[in-house]
Design a binder for this molecule. Structure first.
Ligand code: D41
Length: 670
């Protein structure tokens, strides 16, 4: 016999846990910290262990623990899972809208506009509110029974809530967030297991596991986007209303779904989602428009397995297949050797791509990219195109592994790779013309000295002719020298001289940045300038003094001291100042090291009370806030951190544990 109070408590626990899941996955508004959730779950598991009679199939404890299968059995879909017709451009989309209007004989159509998630299409069957069977789409007629795997996905309710139909088949997409995907690959790498090429493959691979305990460890999510078989009478008359119902019954739906009216609003939705594509937490490959009115959908019907009332308007694919013609090595400003794949031109992410970075030696080895290989390349948003992976089966026999050259391809100096560094470097320094060219281009660039007209073609010529070997030589150039170069007339030579003259009025920030000290970017240069106020103090600062500057740690401090310890660097600086480079005086702020930074403290700290932590941060100039927002720079998480830490993770805000916090206080002593 199960005691009454125990039965009551277990029901209560199930309810609390389901509520939490609902708040978390459906409303995206968590109500209790993860630790509390875990506590409720273990309390329930303990009760069920003591009283096995309490266990129900829809208990939240019953998501994991099922035994591995030998094979998946087949599921025949009661209502076929149709496919979606595609539109690849505006013309296709307009033609779709025209056909719909003509068939319905109306002037303007109301559509449900959705994102097209790049995941795995599945169906979920609920009988009397209980999740009883889940299947992949398969060929649309027959799929695989992946019920046990789907049960492990917390975004999928084991039991519906409210006034649901007795029979309901929900359709949607199982997917992985970009973050979940990259975390998973990190874990796979650590375990020496195979990496997934993209979130879609990772989701599909995870769902295809015969052992549900493996699926349970994968960060799978779910959005519902429609219904299959159901008790018709219970469902509303429009797609958007149906989605709202699904949400009420406990199923997550995409927050991006909107109702739009007419083709103009379809265009606007496509554009709006396209702009936000890179910022979404998950990958999408287009948007979907569905005629919103169910009666109109029925009038339209379908052709060859695709409804006439829906269309997927695809975005430019971010991945394409092409061939690596060759692997070349580029030498950067600091001598870093970067292998670059020269590609057969391919249109991807909206541009024609001919090169992809291979980052460094380890990266090439990991991906085993060789000249002659057929590869998948990716260009997402404005990021540099990358090789995702090699199609091994297409490798020609002649393809040999890449070897980093031992001598710099530009100047012939030895290539060295320091212990613990990923980057191989040319040891030629400013003897290497590639480094000369790159450092001059950096010096002249817009955010540095902003020398108009000083582009790569000109700088290459200046270095090749020997007119310029370093940045100080720029200011000794004569108009005749410039005019004698290719594609340079008297007039453009004059313009360059004038641009050089103009660049002499600069700021300390720009000048410091222009010097090209390793790891001293624009922001660091600004911090240095503000902290010290003048060049002499920066030049003579020691390691410890430099580390007091916001965001400067031991490595950057070392690069700075090393730079100013080289007599040739000081000589060049001297010549630049003699040439007349000046800047307005800077008022040294040596301002408080954490000013401008906002912190949030959560959880219990061992070494001090929260108030003390707050005071110490404030003494260092930081702002301490009670809630996490986009403006938060750091979250300090003690033990039992709770939902603030979750929020921080969601917003990609850096989280410091107590040890890291103490070290931050130490680094920023006044
Ligand atoms: O987000 C999706 N991937 C998505 C897929 C979506 N938002 N809506 C969809 N609607 C349909 C119809 C209209 C045919 C019921 C779909 C899919 N189908 C679909 N997914 C895979 C094959 C078809």
């Amino acid at each position: 016999m199960i005691p009454k109070d125990i039965a009551k408590r277990s029901a209560e626990l199930r309810n609390l846990i389901n509520q939490h899941n609902y708040r978390y996955y459906v409303l995206d508004d968590p109500s209790i910290p993860d630790a509390e959730y875990d506590r409720l779950l273990s309390e329930l598991a303990a009760l069920e262990k003591e009283y096995p009679g309490l266990v129900t199939p829809d208990s939240p404890t019953q998501r994991v623990g099922a035994k591995p299968l030998d094979v998946f059995s087949e599921v025949k879909h009661a209502v076929p899972m149709l496919s979606l017709a595609n539109a690849f451009d505006k013309e296709d989309m307009d033609a779709f809208d025209r056909r719909v209007r003509e068939r319905l004989n109306i002037n303007i159509v109301e559509y449900a506009a959705e994102t097209k998630l790049d995941g795995v299409a599945i169906s979920l069957l609920f009988e009397n509110g209980v999740f009883v069977q889940g299947a992949t789409r398969g060929d649309g007629e027959t799929g695989e029974d992946v019920t046990l795997n789907l049960r492990t996905i917390k975004a999928i309710p084991l039991r519906l809530m409210g006034n649901y139909p007795d029979l309901l088949e929900v359709r949607g997409e199982v997917y992985m967030s970009k973050k979940g995907f990259s975390d998973l690959n990190k874990t796979q790498k650590k375990k020496g297991e195979k990496l997934f090429a993209n979130p879609r493959n990772a989701a599909a691979g995870s769902l295809r596991q015969l052992d549900p305990n493996i699926t349970a460890q994968r960060p799978l999510l779910f959005f519902a986007h429609g219904v299959g078989q159901h008790d018709r009478t219970m469902l509303p008359g429009t797609h958007t209303e149906i989605l709202k119902k699904l949400q009420k019954w406990g199923l997550p739906i995409s927050p991006e779904t909107k109702m739009v009216t007419g083709i103009g609003q379809c265009h606007a939705y496509y554009r709006m989602i396209g702009e936000r594509r890179a910022d979404l937490a998950y990958e999408i490959d287009g948007v979907v428009f569905k005629v919103n009115d169910i009666a109109q959908q029925e009038l339209l019907g379908f052709v060859s397995r695709a409804p006439r009332w829906a269309i997927a308007w695809k975005f430019q694919p971010e991945e394409e297949i092409t061939k690596v013609v060759d692997i070349e090595v580029q030498v950067g400003r600091t001598g870093a050797l970067t292998p670059v794949a020269r590609l057969e031109p391919v249109f991807v992410g909206g541009v024609t791509v001919t090169n992809a970075t291979l980052h460094n030696e380890d990266e090439i080895r990991r991906k085993d990219v060789r000249a002659g290989d057929t590869v998948i390349i990716r260009r997402a948003g404005d990021v540099i195109p990358e090789v995702v992976r090699v199609l091994q089966e297409k490798r020609p026999e002649s393809a040999r592994p890449f070897q980093m050259p031992r001598k710099c391809p530009i100047c012939g100096s030895d290539v060295e790779r320091l212990e613990g560094e990923a980057v191989a470097r040319c040891s030629g320094g400013l003897f290497c013309s590639a480094q000369q060219i790159q450092s001059i281009l950096h010096f002249a660039s817009r955010l540095a000295m902003d020398i108009e007209g000083m582009g790569d073609k000109l700088v290459e010529q200046l270095v090749a002719t020997g007119h310029v070997r370093n940045v100080a030589d720029l200011y000794t150039l004569k108009q005749e020298q410039l005019a004698s170069l290719d594609r340079m007339g008297e007039k453009s030579a004059g313009n360059i001289i004038q641009a050089l003259e103009n660049s002499k009025q600069t700021t300390l920030n720009r000048f410091l940045y222009a010097l090209g000290i390793r790891e001293v970017g624009e922001a660091t240069a600004r911090n240095l300038a503000q902290h010290f106020g003048n060049l002499e103090l920066i030049r003579t600062a020691n390691q410890e003094e430099l580390e007091k500057v916001p965001d400067i740690g031991p490595i950057v401090a070392r690069h700075i001291t090393t730079f100013f310890a080289q007599s040739h660097n000081n000589k060049i600086i001297g010549r630049l100042l003699d040439a007349g480079i000046t800047w307005p005086k800077v008022k040294a702020s040596r301002k408080k090291p954490l000013s401008g930074k906002t912190f949030v403290i959560t959880g219990v700290l061992e070494s001090m009370k929260r108030d003390e932590a707050k005071e110490r941060l404030q003494t260092l100039g930081a702002k301490v806030s009670g809630s996490v927002s986009k403006k938060t720079n750091y979250v300090i998480a003690g033990s039992d951190p709770g939902s603030k830490a979750d929020k921080a993770r969601e917003l990609n805000i850096e989280i410091l544990n107590e040890k890291e916090f103490l070290s931050l206080l130490d680094r920023n002593r006044l």
